[in-house]
Design a protein around this ligand. Structure first.
Ligand code: C2E
Ligand code: MG
Ligand code: MG
Length: 650
């Protein structure tokens, strides 16, 4: 006997079985109850051996009913259920046959009609139904000789009608139930498909399409999960001390020099490089850490390990070594390195501020020369808190009132006169007091607050340019963000128009690092300003790339050599370097100014190396606009630089 009914696959058969199960259970229960209830009545009808046989048969049937009822609480093998039903039906027929054999009464033949109907209603297969109906019919036929011809016709038609009805009930009921089963299977199939599609979509929404690594969302989920797991672990540890306590480390990785790879070799090479970087990260972390790509060239690693600071640094250093090995992408040899910021996460504290702290460590790694790993520590925490304070104060600053401009003269060495004054911002906050410009400018740049400062400085400087009675061209510093942001440049140009400023009297100072963020955009914007007649000076020259090829492309009129060169003013090597920087300016056809002239010795060297102009405390410290006016008036009466040094105001 095959387990699967003809025309039905195993899945449908199982589903049909499942739909039938409660009906069949009920069927077993009915016979269990029926024979339990009627067996005491046998004592009134039968005696001796007859009673024993009738009672035994009733109890066996009832026992099978009880077994079937309990057995079918759970899905059961279809074959077994089928056999149990055949046996039960056989026992039911036997009960009637025994009763008829003991006391024959034609009216009892109506049991056969009821039986065949019941067998049809509660059958798990056509063959089981047919077999059961066949028992009943055959049993009935054995009694036909005992009937009168009238009863034979009556019961014969009744049983025949019942058999026909039962067979068709079995057939159509099974058909209807298989239809329902198929619909159920179909619905379950669709549900499963929807679940798989959902899972796939979820998987996609959690992974980075380029590298296949988990993405930013997945990172936050993984971090939440790791934190949750560790919390549970710690709770358990208080009950039974764990041998080693794990730490949760967050490592932020940012590639050094990736932008240059994109610029020089194109985005395809950049993309392939990122994939290779992802592979190296995965290889290093294996299954011990969760690596994700946050976007661009930023990757995050979550590491749960008993590592302490020294060990995590070793682990990161090995990863740095791996990242810094040359890459061959599309046949090109490419080199990048990584900078890393680590933070041991305190799982009882909020994650966000700690991620920012890891980011702070990463920034420190970049500032300390890249290709290194910095672990966030107490000292960083102090600086970060201070930085946060400055940032908060900046956010609520009334810049128009709190920001002041001082001006520092620039002297042309040949003409020995003040040719320009550089506007330098000073900020005194009612919340945090006076903050050094390098500090608040950096915080403003990082916090995205520089635009307002720049525009305040520019409009204040323009107002001064218009208000000075001894007029002098001014220089204004622009930050990196300004140079690469079109709307800021638009705004500056609009302000110049509003104040009716002659562009010839304004110079904008930009640094090399500022332009490196987006050299193309910076070049475009500087060209826009230069075309209008503004002069452009390259500030802090010599501390950055000093790359000849891009310098030639920029509309620069002046190189301002950084004052750090004067720290070793007596060193012949310094003089040689300054000499070549001045030569470089001459070759480019631009003016050269040396910053930070503090003494006569510095001034003499400036003259010897051949710079065109100087700026420094020797001539004047940054001073107020009024002081600058007086300074300019005095200059016209006396051109000896030695006298100017005594007139510093700020
Ligand atoms: P910078 O543009 O290179 O400005 C020159 C800095 O050198 C000024 O510092 C000036 O006071 C200082 N300095 C000039 N001569 C001497 C000297 O003989 N000896 C020494 N030790 N220092 C001298 P300050 O005013 O503190 O500004 C520092 C930096 O902050 C500036 O460097 C500039 O990068 C930035 N900064 C200042 N104001 C602004 C501004 O309005 N906008 C932007 N974006 N940056 C500004
Ligand atoms: Mg400057
Ligand atoms: Mg400078």
């Amino acid at each position: 006997m095959s387990a699967t009914p003809i025309g039905m696959n195993a899945k449908t058969a199982a589903a049909v079985q499942e739909i039938y199960r409660p009906i069949i259970r009920g069927y077993f229960a009915v016979f269990a109850a029926y024979y339990l209830i009627i067996f005491p009545t046998n004592f009134g009808y039968y005696h001796g051996a007859d009673l024993l046989v009738v009672t035994a048969c009733a109890l066996i049937t009832s026992a099978l009913g009880i077994i079937g009822y309990f057995y079918l609480r759970n899905p059961a093998p279809p074959n077994l259920v089928e056999r149990m039903l055949v046996v039960l039906n056989f026992l039911v027929v036997s009960n009637v046959v025994i009763a008829l054999n003991l006391v024959f009464e034609p009216t009892k033949l109506s049991y056969f009609v009821i039986m065949v109907m019941l067998f049809a209603l509660a059958s798990v297969s056509m063959r089981q139904s047919t077999l059961s109906i066949a028992f009943a019919t055959l049993a009935f036929i054995t009694y036909v000789p005992k009937l009168s011809s009238e009863d034979t016709v009556t019961y014969g038609f009744l049983v025949f009608g019942a058999v026909m009805a039962s067979l068709s009930i079995t057939f159509y009921l099974r058909k209807a139930i298989s239809f329902i089963a198929k619909a159920k299977i179909d619905a379950e199939g669709r549900l499963e498909e929807a679940r798989i599609v959902g899972d796939n979509m979820r998987q996609k929404s959690l992974s980075d399409s380029l590298t296949g690594l988990p993405n930013r969302r997945a990172f936050f989920e993984a971090l939440r999960k790791a934190t949750g797991q560790m919390k549970t672990e710690r709770e358990q540890a208080t009950l039974a001390a764990l041998p080693e306590q794990s730490n949760l480390w967050l490592v932020l990785v940012d590639l050094d020099g990736f932008k240059a790879v994109n610029d020089v070799h194109g985005h395809l090479v950049g993309d392939l490089l990122l994939k290779e970087v992802a592979d190296r990260l995965n290889n290093h972390c294996k299954d011990s850490a969760h690596v994700s790509r946050m976007g661009g060239d930023e990757f995050n690693i979550i590491l749960v390990s008993p590592c302490e600071e020294d060990q995590i640094k070793d682990w990161c250093d090995r990863l740095l070594e791996s990242l810094a090995k040359p890459y061959v992408v599309e046949g090109r040899h490419v080199r990048v390195s990584g900078s890393m910021g680590c933070r041991m996460m305190d799982i009882s504290e909020a994650a966000r501020p700690q991620i920012n702290e890891a980011d702070y460590a990463l920034m420190a790694a970049k500032q300390q020369g890249k290709n290194r790993c910095v672990v966030f520590n107490e000292a960083h925490a102090k600086v970060a808190a201070e930085r946060h304070m400055v940032e908060q104060a900046l956010r609520f600053a009334d810049l128009e009132n709190e920001l002041e401009l001082l001006f520092q003269p620039q002297i042309d060495l040949r003409e020995q006169k003040v040719v320009r004054a550089e506007a330098l911002a000073r900020w005194t906050s009612p919340m945090v007091g006076s903050i050094e410009p390098t500090r608040f400018i950096q915080v403003a740049e990082e916090a995205g607050l520089i635009t307002e400062i720049t525009l305040t400085v520019v409009s204040k400087a323009f107002r001064v340019a218009k208000g000075l009675s001894n007029s002098v061209p001014l220089a204004i510093n622009l930050s990196s963000h300004d140079v690469i942001t079109d709307p800021i440049i638009d705004h500056i140009i609009a302000l110049a128009k509003q104040f009716e400023i002659d562009p010839k009297v304004i110079e904008f100072e930009v640094t090399e690092t500022a332009m490196m963020a987006d050299l193309e955009k910076a070049t475009d914007n500087l060209n826009r300003l230069a075309k209008l007649g503004f002069s452009i000076a390259l500030d802090d020259f010599g501390t950055g790339y000093s790359n000849f090829s891009y310098l030639r492309r920029l509309p620069i009129r002046k190189l301002k050599v950084d004052r750090s060169f004067l720290e070793n003013a007596g060193d012949p090597m310094t003089e040689k370097v300054l000499f070549s920087l001045a030569g470089m300016a001459r070759t480019l056809g631009v003016e050269c100014l040396l910053e930070g002239i503090e003494s006569e010795v510095d001034l003499l060297m400036a003259k010897r190396v051949g710079v065109d102009a100087v700026q420094g405390f020797l001539f004047g410290r940054p001073m107020t606009a009024e002081a600058l006016d007086t300074f300019l008036a005095n200059y016209s009466s006396d051109d000896q630089p030695e006298r100017w040094s005594g007139q510093a105001v700020a």
